[in-house]
Design a protein around this ligand. Structure first.
Ligand SMILES: *[C@@H]1O[C@H](CO)[C@@H](O)[C@H](O)[C@H]1NC(C)=O
Length: 367
């Protein structure tokens, strides 16, 4: 009797939990076992409620969710594993669609990054796969995923509009020795993007906005990487970053806190940038760094004025910078930085830079 009660309670509980999944399975709308591109394509064609569970994707293959019907929901559960294929540029998973929800709550995507990590990241002739590519996603939501061990960049958000990326985790703790270019969120040519409640352990930018407008990153936790960045801006097909707010976030054990970098001798613009309520802890290079001399491979030290940085607000940026690190470094070309307002930017621990140039007058910014 007792056992029966327990068992039936359990059955009832499981039934509720997996109801949507069962329904998808019954309707032939489930993806599991070894990934097949043709099966997936026909499921996407005939189903709007799709369940992905225990899927294993062979190396060299993209889990292709780019042909979702408008209004589709894809629910992942368990661990999806991506096989290793050296030389594959990825992405491991690609999503596109209008009014779609890609829900990875409680699910892990395992990129097996350790098999690719060599300390060089993307700077090799043999490419490594980018992980989760969202492109042409409109009015949609990606939420709840944990990306484990990304070979290189984790989430790339390109040509997306009005979409939310909520409660996403990048866990690359295992890559601290050899992981490189493991950016968590790269945003380009997108507008109306909200990244809320991200948790990131990686070895490169927590956020890097290369181009785009109306972007919000809020409630994030970034550990081990290069901080919350705008840029590098310049030298791409789209070189405008406008109206970006980064707020209410923590950055720990990272190279930088707040960073804006524009490419040396390039053209473009960076305007309407707000960083507010950012707490730093153990920052190893710069608490705040804004520089107009960036080149991959190393900044030149000579700022150029082709990508002006205007209307920048930093409010309540506080916390600790390592003893050998620099609190604030600003390197602007003459007349190329204006309309800035710094309030409550205070750090403990770091050095004062002697190399700052052209800090906008009246901005409250100091080095
Ligand atoms: C994204 O989040 C905002 C703010 O919570 C909300 O207004 C908007 O409807 C959301 N967008 C989608 C596509 O769910």
């Amino acid at each position: 009797m007792k056992i029966f009660t327990v068992v039936s309670a359990l059955v009832a509980a499981l039934a509720t939990v997996s109801y949507a999944e069962d329904e998808a399975v019954a309707a032939g709308c489930a993806l599991s076992g070894t990934y097949s591109a043709s099966t997936t394509a026909s499921v996407l064609k005939s189903c709007k409620s799709i369940a992905v569970s225990g899927l294993s994707v062979p190396g060299g293959t993209t889990l292709d969710l780019t042909a979702l019907q408008d209004g589709s929901t894809v629910k992942f559960s368990g661990t999806t594993t991506f096989g290793v294929k050296k030389g594959f540029a990825g992405p491991l998973i690609a999503v596109s669609g209008n009014q779609v929800t890609i829900d990875g709550t409680g699910a892990t995507l395992d990129g097996q990054g350790a098999s690719y990590w060599d300390g060089k990241g993307s700077n090799t002739k043999v490419p490594k796969p980018k992980f989760f590519k969202s492109s042409k996603l409109t009015n949609s939501v990606v939420k709840g995923f944990k990306l484990l061990n990304t070979p290189v960049q984790a989430f790339s958000i390109n040509q997306c509009q009005n979409s939310n990326f909520t409660s996403l985790t990048v866990d690359n703790k295992a890559g601290d020795a050899l992981g490189h270019n493991t950016d968590a969120f790269d945003v380009g040519s997108s507008s109306g993007i909200i990244i809320r409640g991200a948790t990131v352990y990686n070895q490169d930018d927590c956020l890097a906005v290369n181009s785009g407008t109306n972007i919000l990153f809020t409630g994030g936790y970034c550990s081990g990487g290069h901080g919350l960045s705008i840029g590098s801006v310049g030298g791409r097909s789209d070189n405008t970053v406008q109206d970006v707010t980064i707020s209410d976030s923590q950055i720990v054990d990272s190279d930088n806190g707040v960073r804006i970098k524009t490419v040396s001798n390039a053209k473009g613009k960076v305007t309407g940038i707000t960083y507010s309520n950012i707490q730093l802890k153990n920052i190893k290079k710069y608490g705040v760094v804004i520089e107009q001399d960036y080149l991959n491979g190393g900044p030149t030290g000579k700022p150029t004025d082709g990508v002006p940085i205007t209307h920048v607000t930093l409010n309540k940026i506080t916390g600790s910078v390592a003893a050998k690190a620099t609190n604030t470094y600003i390197l602007c070309a003459k007349g190329a930085c204006s309309d800035w307002k710094f309030t409550g930017v205070t750090f403990t621990g770091g050095q004062h830079s002697q190399k700052c140039q052209n800090i906008p007058a009246g901005s409250g910014a100091t080095c």
